[in-house]
Ligand binder design. Structure first.
Ligand code: HPA
Length: 287
């Protein structure tokens, strides 16, 4: 397997971001930014970031552009809840036709920028029968169906500069971050459910048979992102926190009257933005 990116490419992108933010008076070398990725419908969350420098993905060397609706495609560096954050306003997915290496390029750039903690958000379909649209789910663990099928961003020659050949995923979502999220949710009286996130490639939503299967093998929510980013982040020594917005309840009946739509996903995402913003800010204050 040929890798297209070496340390040089990651560093070139990181140097570009560092220089651009320094022009605006933000020195990333002096702070440890927290990485943040905003999922479908969660773009407006970036508006809460203060003293922000917004860099379109297409201007950053080797970044892919985000083509999915509801994904702005900008890297926003600024202050949120008193912390410096580097936020991807919109993400890049496997279903857009990019490789696993391309969609996770920004994660390693974040590592070069000094990011040690990465917060991943996404929109997901609810599988657990107690979940409702608009709920939040703390990702405790994941099922990497795409990885099982042989598409993993860590395949190919190992990049020793980032991490080890066989990274452990036992503590992919470490307890201290999950605890901080649960305590923040309790403080705000926001319901934060917990569960296992199943990663499928998409772009189609699941069939009713797939929904029943996923539930049986222990998944609580299903989506088309997050896991590749988590793998690359953990490999690179970063601590990961994942929060899913349950934008819709996955449909498990053949003759159901309704069907899942992207509009529904975006609309629920939009509605919960204020709550999720408050939750993320409370978490940032704690960590
Ligand atoms: N399935 C997969 N991905 C999703 C869903 C879903 O039901 N909702 C939001 N992202």
């Amino acid at each position: 397997m040929t890798l297209h990116f070496g340390l040089e490419e990651y560093d070139r992108a990181a140097d570009f971001v560092r220089a651009r933010t320094e022009q605006q008076g933000i020195s990333l070398s002096e702070r440890r930014p927290i990485g943040l990725i905003l999922g479908s419908g969660l773009n407006p969350l970036a508006e809460a970031i203060e003293e922000a420098v917004a860099i379109p993905f297409e201007e950053i060397p080797h970044f892919s552009t985000s083509t999915a609706p509801g994904h702005e495609g900008r890297l926003i560096v600024g202050q949120l809840a008193g912390k410096t954050v580097a936020a991807m306003q919109g993400r890049i997915h496997l279903y857009e036709g990019y490789s696993a290496e391309e969609i996770t390029f920004p994660i390693r750039v974040m590592q070069r920028l000094g990011v040690e903690t990465l917060i991943l958000t996404n929109a997901a379909g609810g599988l657990n029968s107690s979940f409702r649209a608009g709920d939040f789910m703390l990702i405790e663990d994941h099922l990497n169906f795409v990885g099982m099928a042989g598409h993993n961003p860590l395949m190919g020659p190992n990049m020793d500069a980032f991490g080890t050949r066989f990274p452990s995923m036992t503590h992919a979502y470490p307890r201290f971050l999950r605890k901080a999220a649960l305590e923040s949710a309790r403080e705000l009286e926001v319901t934060l459910r917990q569960g296992v996130y199943a990663f499928l490639a998409g772009p189609n939503f699941e069939t009713p048979a797939e929904v029943r299967y996923l539930r049986q093998v222990g998944a609580d929510a299903v989506g088309m992102s997050t896991v590749p980013e988590a793998l690359v982040a953990v490999h690179a020594g970063m601590k990961v926190l994942g929060i899913s917005t349950i934008t819709n309840v996955a449909i498990d009946q053949l003759d159901a009257e309704s069907e899942t739509s992207h509009e529904e996903v975006l609309e629920t995402g939009r509605i919960v933005v204020p709550q999720l913003t408050a939750l993320l800010m409370a978490i940032l204050e704690r960590i």
